[in-house]
Ligand binder design. Structure first.
Ligand SMILES: [Zn+2]
Length: 413
């Protein structure tokens, strides 16, 4: 039995301890499953997890749990996971494989929220495993306001910042408001690691320009842990030792055609606390075969956003990625944006400290042509999208909203 098959067999043994899977899988499926027949096993949906409850996918005794994590999406529906001490170590190893190559000379400022959410703790594990030091500077709290984080970056000579992409944009804007240029003000800074939000290439280049350092992305979720990390050549490599990632058609019944966007199904091979089989998490992605100048021999993943953010206008299908890519190719790139779905097109609200360089009709033509749907542009001149007064005060950040879909009749799609 090869390494992956043996990992899969121990996953099946762990799933037999999980109330959700004891109900979901038959005795034959438990007894006869092999990795090659993965596609014959049922998907696990978000609804399955919701129905099973917080303890439904717990597969170890409670005394083995080291941490519990929970996140709440824009729908208010919590996603949960359980981690043993070994799971935390494995999660750190997955992040440590990132192209940022953390080392003992690094001091990593962690801006991910430390309350309930997972990324801060995995990043901390990764930093410690590489010998790096950590500055816990949690987002979403009055303890570490934006100006205070900037002061810490400078005084402690921080080398790497880790947090949501949005936080990198807000910190850069705060620096600007305080009279500093982020790409010059923090000479010790050498890289930024981001996770937790959709981040396409144009947004990544924008954040790289703001700070003058390379930006590395990571892809994962609270339920699964971190699935892929970016290498030094900008590819998102799947942690194949620990995850099987499938890309399926929208109803999950078959693989998506090669090269086309599909819906993710994630199998956690190593996770002990709350393992998942073919978790159909609603994310849209493509998978590319191995092959990268970095030398990593693992599949490459590209994330396009969530299925429920997908907008259809006539025959045109737009994912969060398409909207983000279009918006970040505007010059100057916006400091904040919101795309509102209308019946026959989009309204895009844009905010920039340099909006006097924009002309609404030029932006409308550019965005309409990129997105292939009618776009009206509103240039925001108030605090609707970004409250700059709050940034320089002691006001905690809130969860950003980028896409606002139309309200539909109950029961319609
Ligand atoms: Zn690579």
């Amino acid at each position: 039995m090869d390494g992956l098959e043996s990992k899969f067999q121990s996953l099946m043994a762990r799933l037999a301890q999980s109330p959700l899977y004891r109900e979901k899988l038959t005795a034959e499926q438990f007894a006869g499953a092999s990795l090659s027949q993965l596609r014959e096993l049922p998907l696990t949906t978000k609804d399955d997890l919701r129905r099973a409850g917080t303890f439904g996918h717990l597969a170890v005794e409670r005394k083995r749990i080291a941490q519990y994590h929970e996140s709440t999406g824009t729908t208010g529906e919590p996603s949960a996971s359980w981690f043993t001490a070994e799971d935390m170590v494995a999660g750190g190893q997955q992040l440590a494989a990132c192209g940022v190559k953390l080392n003992a000379d690094d001091l990593v400022l962690i801006r991910f929220p430390y309350a309930l959410a997972l990324p801060a703790f995995l990043m901390q594990q990764a930093a410690w495993q590489c010998g790096a030091g950590v500055v816990p500077a949690s987002g979403r709290t009055v303890v570490t306001s934006y100006p205070r984080v900037l002061e810490l970056l400078e005084r402690l000579r921080v080398t790497v910042i880790a947090g949501l992409p949005r936080e990198m944009e807000l910190l850069a804007e705060t620096a600007r408001l305080l009279g500093a240029q982020p790409s010059a003000a923090y000479p010790s800074l050498r890289a930024i690691c981001v996770a937790g939000e959709l981040m396409g290439e144009s947004r990544r280049r924008h954040i790289e320009r703001l700070w003058g350092v390379p930006v590395f992305n990571m892809y994962g979720s609270t339920e699964t842990g971190n699935i892929a990390v970016m290498c030094e050549f900008g590819s998102m490599h799947v942690s194949q030792e620990d995850f099987i990632v499938e890309s399926l058609i929208e109803d999950g019944s078959a693989p998506a055609p090669a090269g086309e966007r599909g819906f993710a199904a994630i199998t956690t091979l190593s996770h002990q606390g709350s393992p998942l089989l073919r978790y159909f998490n609603g994310d849209i992605l493509t998978l590319e075969p191995p092959g990268c100048p970095c030398g990593r021999h693992t599949a490459k993943l590209k994330h396009y956003g969530r299925g429920r953010d997908r907008i259809r206008i006539g025959a045109i299908v737009l994912d969060g990625y398409d909207l983000q890519e279009a918006v970040y190719t505007i010059a100057p790139a916006p400091d904040a944006w919101l795309a509102i779905e209308l019946e026959h097109g989009l309204q895009i609200v844009l905010d920039s400290h340099a909006s006097d360089q924009w002309e609404a009709d030029v932006l409308e033509r550019t965005l309409s042509s990129k997105l292939r749907v009618p776009v009206t542009v509103t240039i925001s001149s108030d605090a609707r999208l970004m409250d700059r007064d709050a940034l320089v005060l002691n006001v905690p950040s809130t969860k950003p909203v980028y896409i606002q879909k139309r309200q539909r009749e109950e029961g319609s799609l």
